[in-house]
Design a protein around this ligand. Structure first.
Ligand code: SF4
Length: 467
């Protein structure tokens, strides 16, 4: 077997990438000194300061919050993970509360809880464990109104995350005709399949005007190349930064025909709006490239555009997941997917989506309701410790501030870590649902449950329901 033919199991190489800017700790930890002193004396008396010294000094926190040079008398809140063990064991003198300064991170949609999660994931690619002690709601608005069904009795792929059985996360982008036609000589007539595969159903989408930081963009592009995915960028940004490679997807807008000459080796090109003239020019300059179209509305015109040759569509919502009509992206994807199913051409198109998908769990949910792959935007900003300047919903007007010490290499590693953590969570949920490959998640509504439907089935007709 030649080297080229050797099988490589896909793996994302994570590496610790500690924060380069000090963020406020997640929790404020206060301790009553008298209570702590009394407890220390009691424990020293009980355990002594010999072999069991460590036990005494690790209390009341095994994470080292009270293990600084002067012990608990000067707590180190940055070490606190919020497990609440201390407040449970020593409620009289320890108090742990969310830090209001930390709660300022993100905005009303990208809440500080999402920011906290991503800051752990991008640190080293690990998955934050929040199950024990979770006191929040199990349902709500938007993505929280959808649950995934993991109640399958047979789970052949369980533990795929640990490598016992492989779960494929490959996503295909492109076009497969419903059937092939051949002439009498056995030559294929008409359109032939044309697609590319990426090893995980995640692309990066920094095509919005709001993304302006060059170092951030370079870091994201490097990360895209390393994990083997694609990054969508405006053609002017690609030229300005001198970016090249098959992982780059140029975004072209009406009137950009003159910029086509400089584009070579691109596997996918994106149009910001439908323009027959520009599409014809692309076909001439890049005959083998796939072309996708950004959309934010569903209409019968889409079938005409498919007939014209476009087979990849990218649904683009605001950063809060809203389309111009006000629909949330979850509903928009369902509508788009259903449109193509009813038109009988769902298998002939690829659906991508961006905007409002900001947590690992949103990826499988978006696939279940109909996407083939998700294009990430604002999570990449948070991964590199970017801060939101007020509400960041608009793709044009939002403003982000990045750390002063930002470097492309560090940004790339943080984004690689995030991609690894989200892929691991995708593997975990796929295993729990008994699904062996991500491609089979697409539109698999049998695994989706909606809170509103379940509540209606359980409570409709009962006095007070729906008031
Ligand atoms: S909440 Fe947990 S991590 Fe935080 S100080 Fe208490 S014991 Fe330590």
């Amino acid at each position: 077997m030649t080297k080229k033919e050797t099988y490589h199991r896909y793996h994302i190489a994570t590496k610790p990438a500690p924060e380069i800017e000090k963020w406020p700790p997640r929790f404020n930890v206060t301790v009553g000194r008298v209570g702590l002193a009394k407890n220390l004396i009691k424990e020293i008396f009980h355990f002594g300061l010999g072999e069991r010294r460590e036990v005494v000094l690790s209390r009341p926190c095994i994470y080292g919050v009270f293990s600084g040079p002067v012990g608990g008398f000067a707590p180190r809140p940055q070490e606190c993970v919020g497990c609440l063990r201390c407040t449970t064991e020593y409620p009289d003198y320890v108090k742990v509360e969310p830090n209001p300064a930390r709660q300022q991170l993100g905005d009303s949609y990208f809440t500080f809880n999402h920011v906290n999660t991503i800051s752990v994931e991008s640190l080293d690619g690990s998955i934050p464990v929040k199950g024990a002690g979770y006191r929040g709601k199990f349902g709500g608005e938007g993505w929280d109104g959808m649950w995934t069904d993991m109640s399958e009795i047979v789970r052949p792929t369980r533990d795929g995350i640990h490598g016992r059985e492989s779960i494929s996360t490959i996503a295909d982008i492109g076009y497969s005709p419903a059937f092939l036609q051949f002439d009498t000589n056995g030559q294929v007539l008409g359109e032939t399949p044309n697609s590319l595969s990426i090893p995980l159903p995640m692309l990066f989408d920094l095509s919005a005007p709001a993304f302006k930081n060059n170092i951030f963009i370079k870091g994201a592009a490097k990360a895209a190349a390393e994990v083997g995915t694609l990054i969508i960028l405006p053609v002017d940004v690609i030229k300005r930064l001198g970016l090249t490679g098959e992982h780059i997807v140029p975004l072209l807008k009406k009137g950009d025909e003159s910029k086509l000459d400089s584009l070579v080796d691109f596997r996918l090109v994106t149009l910001s709006e439908w323009d027959a003239q520009l599409y014809a020019a692309i076909r001439q300059t890049l005959p083998d490239a796939l072309v996708s179209l950004q959309i934010n509305a569903v209409s019968d015109e889409l079938t005409e555009i498919v007939e014209a040759g476009i087979h990849v569509f990218q649904w683009v919502s605001s950063f809060h997941g809203r389309d111009p009509q006000g629909s949330f992206i979850l509903d928009s994807i369902r509508k788009l997917h259903t449109f193509f199913v009813e038109a009988g051409i769902r298998e002939e198109v690829t659906l991508l989506g961006s905007g409002g998908m900001i947590a690992a769990e949103h990826i499988p949910k978006a696939l279940l309701v109909g996407l083939d792959a998700v294009a990430l935007d604002t999570p990449l900003v948070v991964a590199v410790q970017g801060k939101f300047d007020g509400e960041c919903e608009s793709r044009e007007m939002s403003r982000f501030t990045f750390p002063q010490k930002l470097t492309a290499d560090w940004a790339a590693q943080r984004i690689i870590n995030l991609a690894a953590a989200w892929r691991d969570q995708l593997l975990e949920i796929s295993g729990a649902m008994g699904i062996r490959e991500t491609r089979r998640l697409r539109g698999e509504m049998g695994r989706a449950m909606f809170m509103a439907d379940l509540e209606a089935a359980a409570f409709e007709g009962i006095d007070g329901y729906g008031d």
